[in-house]
Design a protein around this ligand. Structure first.
Ligand SMILES: Cc1ncc(COP(=O)(O)O)c(C=O)c1O
Length: 472
């Protein structure tokens, strides 16, 4: 059995796909990009050619040619009775969009390298390994010493916290998934920023949520009018927000934005989930506005960006009764967090000031290099200010993010196109450029983008004119 994608759903996922000529190849490329971003899963039956042609107002010949191209590149396969079924990436024929070259620069994830002191702390903790392995090795809510250390950091940051209000999780993603599955029922509304961190959107969707997007822009920040209306109109069950160094825009909420959003959520009885995964990645923010919300706000944190993604260690800070419900619900997902990671985290937390300072220095190098190289090589793009976080949310001078990402892959640079971060379509004009990696790689990546951009733009020109004509 395959899951089926309707012509309507595919049309909405495709957005402004017509970014080059011929149209059939642009359509095939847009489907390739959706597969690459995992927005269409493998083993999904695409709509019948006739239905898709009608939905996209194209000739059947164009859709047939696009499907033929996808078959030839190994992205879909014809199956009797099921039509055209998408294939897992990585099959030899699909290599065109799965660069396996070890020299490829992967900027799809915004993960800083490990904090250089980590191996030393691992060695220290390993000295106690004999005692550690005499214990069960994992637990569902977290080791008392670690919960206490996390609670103390919240208290010091202005959110008084008791260890009973903390659960240790396997990274922030696991925390988001657990919260989504406990708090959200099928059909519930969840308010979420757009653009946002895509795996959070996926977790809420998987729990059955209908997402209500609230725009965040690099210039204007959070659209407070839209947010207040959305809270009042749809009374969302939950809201997922990143008030500090939002991923991908790197914007931080002002004090006013925090207060307006927290008030609107309180009036709507919405549970706010604040994701602080990127909150400590402060390079040079001029002003710290203080925490979002109050004791009822659910907060998620992680050592993934500050220490190392490989540790898979995060946490939830919530009222003690919610922590108890989460603990009871967690067993169905997983049995807990390894004590080894927890022992490491307990040893690392007292060193956070040093860790965060090292992070800021590395991120500053990456950000400054990216801003300078983009200004020099791609002056037609708008590069926003970023005082921290993991990425620049760059604005291109044409809505060709998808076409650019595919062209960059041919040069061995892997990026995610703007629409990957959207909740309800759009962002073809944006590209998320993480500045977390090495400056050498980042420099090479931006040079590659500058090499391919003129051709992407030229090949798109007639198609963009067609779109313009269609609108007029
Ligand atoms: C905003 C945000 N939340 C959560 C996560 C997932 O974090 P973890 O690696 O701790 O699971 C990420 C990772 O990129 C992120 O950017």
């Amino acid at each position: 059995m395959y899951s089926r994608l309707s012509a309507r759903a595919l049309t909405s996922l495709l957005g402004g796909w017509r970014t080059s000529e011929p149209a059939y190849e642009a359509l095939a490329d847009a489907v390739r990009l959706l597969l690459l971003d995992n927005r269409i899963a493998p083993d999904t039956a695409l709509p019948a050619e006739r239905e898709l042609a009608a939905a996209l107002r194209l000739s059947r010949t164009t859709v047939s040619a696009a499907y033929r191209s996808l078959r030839e590149s190994g992205h879909i396969e014809s199956r009797r009775g099921s039509g055209s079924v998408t294939q897992p990436l990585g099959t030899p024929a699909a290599a065109r969009t799965t660069v396996s070259d070890p020299g490829a620069i992967d900027l799809q994830q915004a993960s800083p390298a490990a904090w250089p002191g980590l191996a030393g702390v691992m060695a220290e903790v390993a000295a106690g390994a004999a005692t550690l392995i005499g214990r069960p090795g994992y637990d569902v809510v977290g080791a008392p010493a670690l919960r206490q250390a996390i609670a103390d950091r919240y208290t010091a940051s202005g959110v008084p916290t008791d260890p009973a209000e903390v659960m240790v999780t396997n990274g922030a993603q696991s925390a988001i998934h657990l919260l989504a599955s406990l708090l959200v029922r099928r059909g519930d509304r969840v308010l979420i920023e757009s653009p946002t961190y895509p795996h959070a959107a996926e977790a809420f969707r998987q729990a059955g949520a209908r997402l209500v997007g609230v725009p965040v822009t690099v210039d204007e920040g959070w659209d407070l009018d839209r947010a207040e209306q959305a809270f009042a109109r749809v009374l969302p069950t939950a809201a997922y927000l990143m008030p500090d160094f939002q991923n991908p825009t790197a914007r931080s909420m002002t004090r006013h934005e925090r207060d307006v959003l927290a008030d609107a959520a309180m009036r709507a009885h919405t549970t706010v989930i604040v994701d602080d995964t990127t909150a400590e990645l402060d390079i040079d923010r001029p002003f710290r506005p203080g925490p979002f919300g109050g004791a009822d706000t659910v907060r998620i944190g992680s050592l993934g960006k500050t220490v190392w993604g490989g540790m898979r260690l995060g946490w939830i800070r919530a009222r003690a009764d919610l922590i108890r419900r989460l603990t009871a619900a967690r067993f169905a997902h997983e049995l807990g967090t390894p004590e080894w990671e927890q022992a490491l985290a307990t040893a690392l937390l007292p060193r956070m000031p040093e860790i965060v300072a090292q992070r800021a220095a590395r991120l500053r190098e990456g950000r400054d290099l990216a801003v300078a190289a983009l200004g020099r090589l791609l002056p037609e793009w708008r590069v926003p200010e970023a005082h921290g976080g993991v990425s620049l949310w760059v604005e291109l001078d044409a809505p060709l993010s998808g076409a650019l990402v595919l062209a960059a892959r041919e040069e061995g640079v892997l990026l995610s196109a703007g629409p990957r971060f959207s909740v309800d379509g759009g962002y073809e004009r944006n590209l998320r450029l993480p500045f977390t990696g090495s400056t050498t790689e980042l420099d090479r990546a931006i040079q590659a983008l500058a090499r391919v951009w003129p051709a992407v733009r030229t090949s798109a020109a007639p198609a963009l004119m067609d779109r313009f004509d269609a609108v007029v």
